[in-house]
Design a protein around this ligand. Structure first.
Ligand code: HEM
Ligand SMILES: *[C@@H]1O[C@H](CO)[C@@H](O)[C@H](O)[C@H]1NC(C)=O
Ligand SMILES: *[C@@H]1O[C@H](CO)[C@@H](O)[C@H](O)[C@H]1NC(C)=O
Length: 329
């Protein structure tokens, strides 16, 4: 009796393990592969890395800007390079959507990468702009001292863009936890992905207009008073909309200080602090803020792969753009 129960128990365990493995392989089992270009253009990835490294050494912030471009690409129609398309009578450019207008940057670096990567591939456009964004995001994080990961490749480029979707689906800095969670859930990303990926704010800057209300109006219950006072020295009540504040204390270093800041109520954006404000994500934030960000690094890398898998165009859908700003003629 006991042994037959045990047999059933282990059979169930085995079935669960098989199911889990199948789920994992279908999640990672998008048609993308890290080796997609190893035969058709083995020099593609080194070419991308060279341009990213040069751009980041010219201006450290560019690493942050390139990471953000991939995020804003993936949340709108999937990771399909749609954010790169300029406006035309038939292209509803995402560049002027609220979260991007006078905010998203790095488009010239992407153009430079595209031109170098085409040269490295024998003068032919074989690497998609969507893949360039994914690789540039990884190389940027590495250039600023963060973790590395194998980038899944083989995405193709969209022939359309959607300003409306960009306005609706890219989360805003004024959101509370439930809205942030549902924004990420809509993309197939869970609460842990939300926290890990928000750690992207360990690098880069925000304009005053996105955190003004927080530093002037929020109370000591949610913001450290000294931190708010310091930030008011360069972000004023009635002016300085575009003045920059660093998202954490070391905006050119990919470290764990973003999460330590949150535990001290020193998140810059309302949406940052929402991850540590007495809700269900508090414990994850605390964990990432301890042990020098090691567990954060690991989870960030795996959530970046997951984000990069959002609705890629593969097979004969989409195209490989000749110019990342334009649909092919
Ligand atoms: C969770 C929801 C998120 C919200 C509400 C949000 C919001 C913002 C805002 C308002 C800015 C400042 C933009 C400006 O001042 O022009 C910003 C910057 C940035 N965001 Fe996010 N973000 C979120 C998630 C992410 C994710 C998932 C990543 C990447 C994994 C990311 C990476 C960045 C980076 C690197 C910057 C700095 C860019 C630069 O300095 O050019 N953010 N974000
Ligand atoms: C985008 O910003 C420019 C200023 O650079 C402004 O003139 C334009 O109206 C903005 N577009 C939208 C759609 O908000
Ligand atoms: C503070 O909040 C009030 C009421 O919502 C708003 O009118 C005011 O503009 C806010 N102040 C700043 C500096 O954002």
């Amino acid at each position: 009796m006991a042994s037959s129960h045990r047999a059933i128990f282990f059979t169930i365990l085995l079935l669960l393990a098989v199911a889990a493995a199948a789920t994992a392989s279908s999640a990672g089992g998008s048609p993308l592969s890290p080796y997609y270009y190893s035969k058709i253009c083995p020099n593609a990835l080194p070419a991308i890395r060279r341009v990213v490294e040069a751009a980041v050494s010219r201006e450290r912030r560019m690493g942050a800007s390139l990471l953000r471009l991939h995020f804003h690409d993936c949340f709108v129609q999937g990771c399909d390079g749609s954010i790169l398309l300029d406006a035309t009578p038939t292209i509803d450019s995402e560049k002027t959507a609220l979260p991007n207008n006078n905010s998203a940057r790095g488009f010239e670096v992407i153009d430079m990468i595209k031109s170098e990567v085409d040269k490295a591939c024998g003068g032919k456009p074989v690497v998609s702009c969507a893949d360039i964004l994914a690789v540039a995001a990884r190389d940027s994080v590495v250039a600023l001292g963060g973790p590395s990961w194998e980038v899944q490749l083989g995405r193709r480029d969209s022939t359309s863009a959607s300003r409306t979707t960009a306005n609706n689906d890219i989360p805003t800095p004024f959101m509370d936890l439930p809205a942030l969670k549902s924004s990420f859930q809509k993309q197939g990303l869970n609460e842990r992905d939300l926290v890990a990926l928000s750690g992207g704010h360990t690098i880069g800057f925000s304009q005053c207009q996105f955190f003004r209300n927080r530093i002037f109006n929020e109370t000591a219950a949610t913001i450290d008073a000294e931190f708010a006072r310091e930030r008011r020295a360069s972000c004023f009540a009635g002016s300085g909309d575009a003045n920059l504040g660093s998202l954490d204390g070391s905006p050119a270093r990919f470290d764990g200080s973003y999460f330590k800041n949150l535990v001290e109520k020193k998140g810059l954006l309302h949406s940052d602090q929402a991850l540590f404000a007495g809700g269900s994500t508090d414990s994850v934030v605390k964990g990432y803020g301890s042990n020098n960000g090691r567990s954060f690094w690991f989870d960030f890398a795996s959530s970046m792969v997951k984000m990069g898998n959002i609705k890629p165009l593969t097979g004969n859908r989409g195209q490989i753009r000749v110019n990342c700003r334009k649909v092919n003629a």
